[in-house]
Design a protein around this ligand. Structure first.
Ligand code: SF4
Ligand code: SF4
Length: 184
């Protein structure tokens, strides 16, 4: 999907993977999440490569550019795409393999990322189907529908055993949403 404008991990390229052309939302094409782009030659590439939208030109999935993601995270193998949006790590799961993230070693890694995110005021959000799930230390929370303009925020309250993390969806005018990046 992408050109070589950023530093790719040596040896990694899209090859026959076209998963982002299914899983991601492309506003310029009014393409919803989890639907194949009509311009995709599945498993081959983009049929309008020279004229593809800016969103496609600018996109590099996490596996292409982060060597801390092991080879097993190749999207065509894992059936998941990782993206980073600021302090938010997003895992997009192929709706044709909804349980992919619960298999090992993926599940253990995702739980570790959730624990690290909690320490660093980050988030791990997983799109398993049409609604997002917040992965929190030791648990997951189904957040329900996320409308355009809404945000996922993480909150921390003090419980009897120490800090308790939670996540929820808020509207753009909610004080908790100030300064947050758009949720994709
Ligand atoms: S998901 Fe990643 S590896 Fe697969 S086509 Fe998209 S950018 Fe390339
Ligand atoms: S325009 Fe091309 S690169 Fe963009 S989503 Fe469609 S098939 Fe993929």
């Amino acid at each position: 999907m992408s050109e070589t404008a950023v530093q790719l991990v040596p040896g990694r390229s899209c090859q026959d993977c076209t998963l982002c052309c299914k899983l991601l939302r492309i506003d310029e094409l009014a393409k919803p999440r989890h639907a194949w782009c009509p311009h995709c030659a599945i498993g081959k590439g983009c049929k309008i490569y020279d004229e593809r939208p800016e969103t496609c030109r600018a996109f590099y999935c996490g596996w292409l550019i982060n060597d801390w993601l092991g080879e097993h995270w190749r999207p065509s193998k894992s059936r998941m795409i990782i993206t980073a949006e600021g302090a938010r790590l997003v895992i997009h799961v192929d709706p044709g393999r909804l349980d992919a993230w619960r298999k090992e070693p993926y599940y253990s890694e995702i739980r570790k990322w959730a624990a690290a995110a909690a320490r660093n005021r980050g988030q791990v959000i997983l799109w398993q189907g049409k609604d997002p799930i917040a992965i929190l230390p030791g648990r997951e929370k189904h957040l329900g529908p996320l409308r355009d303009g809404q945000f996922i925020v993480t909150t921390e309250t003090q419980g009897p055993q120490g800090p308790v993390l939670d996540a929820r969806i808020v509207d753009a005018d909610d004080p908790l949403a100030v300064g947050l990046a758009k949720q994709e």
